[in-house]
Design a protein around this ligand. Structure first.
Ligand SMILES: Cc1cc2nc3c(=O)[nH]c(=O)nc-3n(C[C@H](O)[C@H](O)[C@H](O)COP(=O)(O)OP(=O)(O)OC[C@H]3O[C@@H](n4cnc5c(N)ncnc54)[C@H](O)[C@@H]3O)c2cc1C
Length: 458
């Protein structure tokens, strides 16, 4: 382990780059238990302390998109590719359905990139011919528990019989994960089952002095890893590398990989696009491009007390907003200045301000209540009632931005409740098939187009 983490530190400093985090340190059993008193004495022989970074996945995606848009990219969310435009063998664009309006459009392009994660094979099927990349979906779930349930000043990583278990600090919570099991059911809504939850509780309780029970779990969420298919039957043994392919002229496919390597993945895909374009394309410079909200962050962080004084918000709120929006905080504070009631916390989800829901709709492309409560914020997994009580207030805030009438607002709340209740019910059954069927009992507010391959699971 020491050699592995040492190599990790070394790689961080290689090629003249500064990792920006302290190096690792070996700890005695006594020192480890002082940092993490929650651990059973018998479970610890010693430890290695190392530093790492974390990312809020949904906010990361929106930030990358907003950065791209600031350089001229056009973003079309809630659109589904239903087919390809072809000139002979060559792909010349895509046929798309705008899922909100139902209208169809054709988007022409010299090169199309297919970066659809676990849907890669479905899109490949739309192109026809022999697939060049095979992707398998691996389900991973996480549990969210309150911070006071595990007494530790550091995150914890321990080995399990098949993999490793992470206990990661997350605001006022811990995130415990993860599982790694094959998933061949509905890709849009992987369902966490009772067996997934029990597995994590069993693993974490092997090392905790005070065991956790299901009652300690505030939230559960599930995702799918797009893994390049190989010889192994076990998804945990499949590669986390990515690959780029050019199956037919005009089409580039990229699949596999991880968030951590997203920029390299994008660079490799764009290099493949550039290869297929006429004329010269300059070298990728994304390594030097700060994401929106990053530039000037240290200076703004230093002035957080002043921002608190000017805005009338507590400095803890300003820190929360800086962590979530970086230097875009001014846009959120601007909403509060214009309408001071937006500076109030949400009732039933008081880690978040009312302005954050408005901002999700006005600046971050949230179109539905679930987008705001589960993706732009994490109220769904960070509150005991999963955002049910705050849903009407949040929907009313979004209604003002998106022009919903009272019927649409009520519909949003109803869909949200139904979705949460289906997700919770799925977590009560042990079998994936059954969990999937229960989860699909709550249809999406804007369903995918049925009958096309990408949405063809149902
Ligand atoms: C439990 C778990 C833990 C993980 N931990 C880590 C970690 O610690 N570090 C790390 O780096 N990575 C981690 N990952 C991996 C990381 O989450 C994935 O690699 C990443 O989300 C994959 O991104 P993607 O863009 O390739 O695919 P996705 O995020 O699945 O995006 C594919 C997109 O394509 C869209 N799409 C599909 N079909 C169509 C269509 N017909 N038309 C239009 N759009 C379509 C989908 O709607 C979707 O938005 C983890 C994953 C899981 C599940």
């Amino acid at each position: 382990m020491g050699a592995g983490v040492g190599l990790y530190d070394l790689l961080g400093f290689s090629m003249g780059q500064v990792r920006g985090l302290p190096g690792h340190k070996q700890l005695s059993r006594h020192a480890a238990l002082e940092l993490a008193p929650a651990l059973k004495r018998t479970a610890v022989h010693g430890a290695i302390r190392y530093w790492d970074a974390q990312v809020d996945d949904a906010r990361f995606v929106i930030t990358v998109l907003r950065t791209a848009a600031s350089y001229g990219a056009r973003i079309a969310s809630r659109t589904q590719v239903t087919g390809f435009l072809r000139e002979g063998e060559r792909v010349t664009g895509v046929r798309v359905v705008d899922l909100e309006s139902g209208s169809e459009l054709e988007i022409r392009a010299q090169q199309v990139v297919n970066a659809t994660g676990v849907w890669t094979d479905d899109i490949q099927a739309l192109v026809g011919g022999r697939g060049m990349i095979n992707v398998r979906a691996s389900k991973g779930i996480h549990l969210v528990v309150p911070r006071d349930r595990i007494h530790s000043s550091t995150g914890i990583i321990v080995r399990t019989p098949v993999s490793v278990l992470f206990v990661i600090p997350w605001g006022r919570h811990w995130i415990i994960g993860t599982t790694d099991t094959e998933w061949s059911l509905d890709k849009a809504h992987p369902a966490a089952s009772r067996s997934d939850i029990d597995y994590l509780l069993t693993q974490v309780n092997r090392v905790l002095r005070v065991p956790l029970t299901s009652d300690d779990v505030e939230g559960v969420y599930a995702g799918l890893r797009p893994l390049l298919s190989g010889e192994s039957d076990e998804t945990s043994k499949l590669s986390r590398e990515h690959t780029v392919a050019h199956p037919v002229p005009g089409l580039v496919m990229i699949a596999g990989g991880k968030y951590t390597t997203y920029r390299l993945m994008a660079r490799d895909a764009v290099d493949a696009v550039a290869h297929g374009l006429d004329g010269r394309v300059p070298r990728s410079c994304t390594e030097e491009i700060p994401l929106v909200g990053a530039e000037g962050f240290p200076a703004l962080w230093n002035s957080r007390y002043q921002m608190a004084r000017v805005s009338g918000l507590h400095v803890a709120r300003i820190e929360h907003l800086l962590h979530r929006y970086g230097t875009l905080i001014g846009e959120v504070l601007g909403l509060i200045e214009a309408e001071p009631a937006l500076g109030q916390p949400l009732t039933g989800a008081d880690d978040y301000l009312r302005a954050e829901i408005v901002y999700a709709a006005s600046h971050e492309g949230a179109r539905h209540l679930y987008d705001a409560l589960a993706r732009r914020t994490h109220i769904t997994i960070e509150t005991w009632d999963h955002g049910i009580s705050v849903a009407p207030e949040a929907a009313a805030l979004m209604a003002g931005q998106l022009g919903w009438d009272s019927r649409q607002t009520a519909r949003e709340v109803e869909h949200y409740r139904a979705r949460i209740s289906a997700e919770r019910a799925a977590q009560d059954v042990s079998d994936d098939q059954e969990a999937d069927a229960i989860r699909l009992g709550a249809p999406d507010i804007v369903p995918l187009v049925v009958g096309t391959v990408a949405g063809g699971e149902r």
